[in-house]
Write a protein that binds this ligand. Structure first.
Ligand code: ZN
Length: 410
């Protein structure tokens, strides 16, 4: 089998944020072997040659707030979060394939409706048994069920004492999770005023941080209140989601930790609740009650500041709800541009190079030596970032040097 692919006549977005440049890209095995600029030509012998015809070659995108077990996708809307386990596992596998279909070659989990679904899914994908993105797997996100409306299913399976938390962290590592998600605050979407309710004390967060460090597992959290964000940074959390109410002190802490933390606002869900959820019983008044309107306004203040401070802000928008289905993930990039003042190049860099660092894998760049996760896009996403939302414009999806979707040849 031919394991060498040469993309010719492509405009390359290399993940750095630089403008597109014309060139060629050679893939050998699962890695990018060489990138040529301008008139330089790479060896053709033995290669499967793909004529780019001026299309864009860019890194596969990274979804930074993935919920592959949230049931709804563009192929099947399910107006529930609860499925029988047998169906749930298969729906998660379907959602993994849909995520990859839409150009996301990596997904960083923000929690899973099942303790073991994602580690198993990741291993099946890595074995090549089923199609899906590279996955950083998580278990069920933890909070305190019943407190400020935290929904059923988010109940802690850990004891609410320090030894219980430490044991829980060790158990997740043993079960094969890459990251653990905690609800450090509740949420307006769970109960009005919930965003300001803290779920774990400073002492508990510190203990979780030490235990995770020792076990060698990453921490992610849902953090709305300013104090939740601060606790997360002080506790060594790596991925901090939402941060809607981050104040000056929280921003200072994030900035001081900017080489080790990543934030993701998860705009997609709020936007959908505000504009596209009417058919699901969420009109303007309900969207306001759930904090979508004020949340978006606050994010429009907070996130441009984060970007200016050099904090890595990543797209990833809580896709998987019926009104915000998996497969629409690339909409988050457009929302970064339209609502947060990112340039298309900045949004694309966040979704590729920064996403690769979030994954802790050699992905997210079109440079020699990196793993070959590549998209061939019909058009220029720097001129119109919205084209990435159209699967039909993504002519090819390559992951680990192999085509998940090969370009049609004619
Ligand atoms: Zn989420």
């Amino acid at each position: 089998m031919n394991d060498t692919t040469l993309f010719t006549d492509v405009m390359i977005f290399d993940g750095s944020g630089d403008p597109l440049f014309p060139g060629e890209v050679l893939v050998r095995g699962n890695r990018i072997a060489a990138v040529a600029r301008g008139e330089e030509r790479l060896p053709r012998a033995g290669a499967d040659v793909i004529a780019g015809r001026g299309r864009t070659l860019m890194p596969g995108m990274v979804e930074a707030h993935a919920h592959l077990t949230w049931p709804s996708s563009v192929e099947r809307v399910l107006n529930t979060m609860k499925l029988p386990i047998e169906e749930h596992v298969l729906v998660a596998a379907q959602n993994a394939r849909i995520t990859l279909d839409h150009g996301f070659t990596s997904a960083y989990s923000a929690g899973s409706l099942g303790e073991r679904i994602e580690p198993v899914l990741r291993d099946m994908i890595d074995r090549g048994a089923i199609p899906g993105p590279r996955l950083r797997a998580s278990a069920l996100e933890k909070g305190a069920e019943g407190v400020m409306g935290v929904p059923e299913g988010h109940d802690p399976t850990h004891d609410r004492d320090i030894p219980g938390l430490i044991a829980y962290v060790k158990a997740k590592k043993a079960e094969g999770c890459d990251t653990i998600k905690f609800l450090l605050s509740s949420d307006e979407g769970f109960a009005p005023g919930g965003s300001q309710v803290l779920m774990y004390s400073e002492e508990e967060v510190q203990a979780i941080g030490r235990a995770a460090d020792e076990a060698g597992i990453w921490l992610a959290c849902h953090a709305q209140a300013a104090e939740a964000v601060k606790r997360a940074v002080r506790g060594g959390f790596r991925a901090i989601f939402h941060c809607t109410y981050a104040d000056e002190e929280a921003l200072d802490l994030l900035e001081a930790a900017k080489d080790r933390v990543f934030v993701a606002p998860a705009l997609g869900l709020l936007y959908a609740r505000m504009h596209e959820a009417e058919a699901f019983g969420i009109g303007r008044a309900e969207a306001e009650r759930m904090g979508a309107v004020s949340g978006l306004e606050l994010m429009q203040q907070v996130y441009p500041q984060m970007r200016r401070r050099g904090i890595r802000v990543l797209p990833g928008g809580d896709y998987g709800f019926p009104y915000n289905p998996i497969g629409r993930n690339a909409r988050d990039l457009a929302l970064f541009v339209d609502l947060l003042g990112f340039t298309p190049a900045q949004a694309l860099t966040a979704a590729t190079r920064h996403g690769g660092v979030l994954m802790g894998m050699e992905v997210g760049e079109v440079t020699a030596g990196m793993l070959a996760d590549l998209l061939l896009v019909d058009g220029d996403p720097l001129a119109d970032i919205a084209i990435l939302q159209d699967k039909g414009r993504i002519a090819a999806v390559m992951k680990d040097g192999r085509f998940h979707r090969a370009p049609t040849r004619h």
